[in-house]
Ligand binder design. Structure first.
Ligand SMILES: Cc1ncc(COP(=O)(O)O)c(C=O)c1O
Length: 401
């Protein structure tokens, strides 16, 4: 018998289905629409190389030393100024630099979730957040959603349905997995409903800068700063390998989040923070992000065109206005999880939608990333998927009495 006894929470740590699927996609010849990775062609390698050299030349000892848990001061200032341009009035001392925004989710969970406490999530929601929150044993409450995001009456109903809800986790821009955006009017109604229900908000916004057609409406946090935590990330606008994100919290919560951060990793790598600061300090993102938008927009168009051509009748989707994902719903009778093996055998991988739901998964849904494949591979891959789904429909018709 083993001498180790695991904590109760470890039983709730499960392998991410996405990571499991990514293993399948590593097979040679599989075109993967499964990953949530940005396009490596969008990484500004030369700017990074120059910034690394500069940091090592000018401040090598500071960059390689332990540093402040809150983050590198000039980068915190930069984040505050960047958010101010988007209408979020934030001071640098409210900004906590995190090791990816994924760490922000973990810190928020540690500080705010007790076992059995209600936590409200969208339907569906980001799987990585479910994974971060679950070990703290929340009682997940699903907020009803439509194509424009969470429904305000469902938010308002939390007051009676789930009193004491610790927070509602919301993804207003190009949501992972659905790609949807919460329109401006809906944001106002949602925040009003949340305030009335006394449910604070955790706003996760890694994709907001990746808009194709028009900038996104004001952040939820700008409508209720003292009732919101805001999470941002450099992963999708620069590169995820630096593991740099940030969290903005109301002053009453900031010290606890900082203590949780200290216990987790003392601080986010100072070298990485200095390199990224060197890259962004003089307005680099203002030229760089539009190049990502243009690249992803063309890929979005290629996928939409291919879907129109190849998906069987009865499949529904909305071409996203930004971000990295299409979300599709297959015709009645098809199950995206069951069809994954056939799709991978035919040479294409996607993520079935079921795991993104806290409750009542919709087995007909799936997520398709359009940013890491070329336009030709998108066209060919969607054609293959269309064939797999058409064949499954034909088989279902034959076997249905
Ligand atoms: C909605 C959402 N939040 C957070 C993250 C984590 O991002 P990172 O830790 O790289 O900042 C991701 C990554 O894909 C995401 O899609």
């Amino acid at each position: 018998m083993s001498a180790w006894q695991q904590a109760r929470r470890s039983a709730r740590m499960n392998p991410s289905i996405i990571r499991e699927i990514l293993k399948l996609t590593e097979r040679p010849g599989v075109r993967s629409m499964a990953g949530g990775l940005p396009s490596p062609d969008s990484f500004p390698v030369e700017a990074m190389r120059a910034a690394c050299a500069k940091v090592l030349r000018d401040t090598p000892r500071e960059a390689l030393q332990y540093a402040a848990s809150e983050g590198f001061g000039p980068l915190r200032e930069w984040v505050a100024a960047h958010l101010a341009k988007q209408g979020l009035a934030v001071t640098a001392d409210q900004v906590l630099i995190t090791t990816g925004s994924q760490q922000g989710l973990d810190l928020v969970a540690k500080v705010l979730i007790d076992a059995g406490a209600p936590v409200a999530v969208e339907t569906p929601t980001y799987l990585g957040a479910l994974q971060a929150f679950t070990p703290f044993e929340p009682n997940f409450v699903s907020i009803e959603c439509d194509d424009d995001g969470p429904l305000p009456p469902s938010m308002a109903a939390l007051a009676s349905r789930a009193p004491g809800t610790r927070f509602a986790y919301l993804l207003p821009n190009f949501q992972n997995p659905t790609g949807r955006v919460i329109p401006a009017g809906r944001r106002e109604a949602l925040v009003q409903a949340a305030r009335q229900a006394r449910v604070p908000l955790v706003e996760d916004n890694p994709y907001g800068d990746l808009w194709f057609d028009a900038p996104t409406p004001p952040a939820l946090s700008s409508l209720w700063p003292e009732g919101s935590i805001y999470l941002g990330s450099f992963s999708k606008v620069l590169a995820p390998g630096f593991r740099l994100g940030y969290l903005v919290a109301p002053t009453e919560l900031a010290p606890k989040l900082l203590q949780a951060k200290q216990a987790a990793d003392l601080h986010t790598p100072g070298f990485n923070q200095r390199v990224v600061y060197e890259v962004v300090r003089d307005g680099f993102l203002e030229q760089h992000v539009p190049t990502i938008r243009a690249r992803y927009r063309a890929q979005r168009d290629a996928m939409d065109a291919a879907m129109r051509r190849h998906m069987p009748p009865g499949t529904s989707w909305r071409a996203p206005q930004g971000g990295m994902f299409f979300w599709a719903r297959l015709p009645e009778g098809l199950d995206a999880m069951q069809l994954l093996d056939s799709a991978v055998a035919a040479g294409v991988a996607y993520v079935p939608g079921g795991p993104f739901y806290a409750h009542a998964p919709d087995a007909r849904t799936l997520r398709l990333s359009f940013v890491t494949l070329s336009q030709d591979d998108i066209a060919d891959g969607v054609a293959v998927l269309g064939r797999v789904f058409h064949e499954a429909l034909a088989t279902a018709a034959l076997t249905t009495p």
